[in-house]
Design a protein around this ligand. Structure first.
Ligand code: ZN
Length: 332
């Protein structure tokens, strides 16, 4: 079992955001999937050392990361059963407790899968061509989410500007959240492609899918998933960061918009575009370039007509799931 119980999140305190609400999650550990994804965590240094950024800013020794555990949720209560269903968490939040005891990242696999089936599958039927729908993959959707979480820990964190020690969050101000979310997405794609290519070349015995079919599935699933995120509207940092990525890939010809309102991926162009965009985002963070980040987001962080048109056709697709927990009568 994996149990989380306590007052953690402060989202419901709309006055100061200080008071935490109690929540509980009762989960069953998925040791097999946890071991498979530990593989990603074990290769982070290798990925960091190959990121498309100035070698000067690469971190040659990554610090210890919070462990990741994959579980299946059987029950959630309190704040955990309130509003948008939690699909992953990294707790506790309290810095004092984290320093003394550490924290843990928990990925709720069955919740992710239910969201995938209820929202991403119907979205894909509207935004993908009929022939591309077979490339929608829960496995690569889930692996990319885990890669996204891990990639928040890669790239520039401590930077120096004119001899002053600072960090990207301080320097990029209100632009930071959307940019950092986009960085985690794009670095996640870069990281998975990096591992897939190594596995293809026989340099890595990877427990992840690889080869041309897996690559097509990764990028096609990511394309469909972009619409899931953009539906939340541009006031949301994830959605703004996603719109920026989408427009960049359209401009590079890696995504194409078809006359019937669907979208397609060009895998070869996508690989180059991911590397180039990751370089742009990592460089904006490494240099703490506020003016550059603002200009970048002003130019690309919008919803274009063809995307708006597709979003309008998604109105009937649910935005989230509402679990019903069955109480089983177990004979004594
Ligand atoms: Zn994130």
């Amino acid at each position: 079992m994996d149990v989380t119980f306590g007052p953690y999140e402060t989202y419901n305190d709309e006055i100061f955001g200080y008071k935490a609400a109690f929540e509980a999650y009762i989960n069953v550990r998925d040791d097999k999937e946890t071991a498979r994804l530990a593989f990603l965590g074990n290769h982070l240094q290798d990925i960091e050392s190959n990121l498309p950024e100035d070698p000067q800013v690469r971190n040659s020794k990554l610090g210890a990361l919070a462990p990741i555990r994959v579980v299946n949720e059987v029950f959630a209560a309190g704040d955990g059963a309130h509003a948008v269903q939690t699909a992953a968490y990294n707790l506790p939040n309290d810095d004092k407790v984290v320093q003394q005891k550490g924290s843990k990242r928990v990925m709720l696999k069955n919740v992710q899968e239910a969201k995938f089936k209820a929202t991403l599958v119907p979205i894909s039927k509207i935004v993908l061509t009929a022939s591309a729908q077979k490339d929608l993959s829960f496995d690569l959707f889930f692996t990319h989410i885990v890669a996204h979480e891990l990639c928040h820990g890669l790239g520039p964190h401590q930077i120096k500007i004119n001899g002053r020690d600072t960090n990207p969050r301080m320097e990029l101000k209100e632009q930071y959240s959307a940019l950092e979310e986009a960085k985690a997405d794009v670095t996640g794609l870069f990281a998975l492609q990096f591992l897939m290519t190594q596995a293809d070349n026989g340099r890595l015995d990877a427990p992840i899918a690889h080869g041309p079919e897996a690559e097509r599935q990764l990028y096609t699933t990511y394309l469909a998933s972009s619409f899931r995120t953009m539906r939340f509207g541009l006031q949301d940092a994830h959605a703004r960061g996603q719109a920026m990525q989408f427009n960049y890939f359209l401009d590079k010809g890696a995504f194409t918009s078809n006359s019937d309102g669907t979208f397609s991926v060009e895998v070869a162009k996508m690989k180059d575009a991911v590397r180039e965009l990751d370089h742009e985002l990592l460089t904006l963070e490494a240099t703490g370039d506020y003016a550059g980040a603002k200009k970048w987001m002003d130019q690309l962080g919008s919803v274009r007509p063809e995307v708006q048109h597709a979003l309008a056709r998604l109105k009937s697709v649910p935005t989230d799931i509402a679990p019903v927990y069955a109480i089983l009568n177990v004979p004594r």
